[in-house]
Design a protein around this ligand. Structure first.
Ligand SMILES: *[C@@H]1O[C@H](CO)[C@@H](O)[C@H](O)[C@H]1NC(C)=O
Ligand SMILES: *[C@@H]1O[C@H](CO)[C@@H](O)[C@H](O)[C@H]1NC(C)=O
Length: 265
């Protein structure tokens, strides 16, 4: 076992003291291993080329590693932004882990027999969220839209910018309209001449919620539990873990940034 018996045999060879005046004798100490293998002795330009190549290879490798490492360390917020259509409200996106409370009888200010308080909760959420956020003229293309100069609504300030509402508030409005339809005794039916429009509105609302649900395609696994109240049979447990956008942050962003309240709200 020469490694164990004589470990010092792998130490660097000490310089020969008498060779310093002789240029040829210096090169084994100054040349790296690669240069020594690739370049003939005394060719400084060759050493420099080899050094440059090594430097370039190292830089490219470092840049590549940094690039891929960076791609895997984006924040949840950055992910959310990348996965979203551009919006003036992107900066309000914030994620949080939420366990849905989906027990059958879980209380909520939005559910149950209509009262002025319950209606108020829905109306406040929807109408206060329906303020107009500004989309600057030059950003319209980000929505894959082109303006019709005679029809697309603009702010009345000569900017040519567009007032916009966030979709989540439209979807919530639609859900609220469907909720009202399930309490026909509380909410008066529309007049006869508006019946067809009202039916179309209801169908539109069902459709927009279907499209949104399929678009977002929540793939959270739902387990099942045997429960006494179902005679010992299993029922799904819809109280599941989600990574949610913080709705309050988006709602607050609209409160702070909406420039016009007349159009929908
Ligand atoms: C975006 O707009 C272009 C031009 O109108 C259209 O061809 C394209 O299909 C649109 N993209 C989507 C996803 O609808
Ligand atoms: C807008 O209206 C003007 C005047 O009525 C008309 O000449 C023009 O063709 C319209 N433009 C579009 C894109 O419809």
């Amino acid at each position: 076992m020469p490694f164990l018996k004589n470990p010092r045999s792998y130490m660097a060879i000490p310089p020969a003291p008498n060779e310093d005046s002789d240029g040829a004798a210096r090169w084994p100490r100054q040349r790296g291993l690669t240069q020594a293998l690739l370049c003939p002795p005394k060719q400084r330009s060759c050493y420099h080329m080899v050094e440059l190549c090594l430097y370039l290879v190292f830089s490219i490798a470092l840049a590549t590693v940094t690039f891929f490492a960076g791609r895997h360390s984006v924040s949840l917020k950055d992910c959310g932004i990348r996965l979203s259509t551009w919006s003036p409200a992107l900066e309000a996106i914030e994620y949080q882990q939420v366990m849905f409370d989906a027990r059958f009888a879980a209380p909520s200010i939005y559910r149950g027999k209509p009262t002025p308080q319950l209606d108020g909760a829905w109306e406040t959420m929807i109408h206060r969220g329906a303020g107009s956020l500004r989309v600057e003229k030059q950003d319209l293309w980000r929505l894959n839209k082109t303006a019709d100069a005679n029809r697309t609504v603009t702010f009345n300030d000569g900017s040519g910018d567009y007032p916009t509402m966030l979709e989540v508030f439209h979807q919530l409005h639609c859900l609220n309209e469907l909720r009202k339809k399930t309490w026909p005794d509380y909410y008066p039916d529309v007049e006869e001449e508006l019946k067809a429009v009202d039916r179309a509105h209801t169908d539109h609302c069902i459709e927009i919620i279907r499209i949104a649900l399929m678009c977002f395609s929540d793939v959270t696994p739902v387990t099942a539990s045997f429960v006494d109240w179902n005679h010992g049979n299993p029922v799904p447990d819809f109280s599941t873990l989600h990574t949610c956008r913080n709705f309050d942050k988006i709602f607050d962003f609209v409160q702070e940034n909406a420039e016009e309240w007349g159009m929908w709200a």
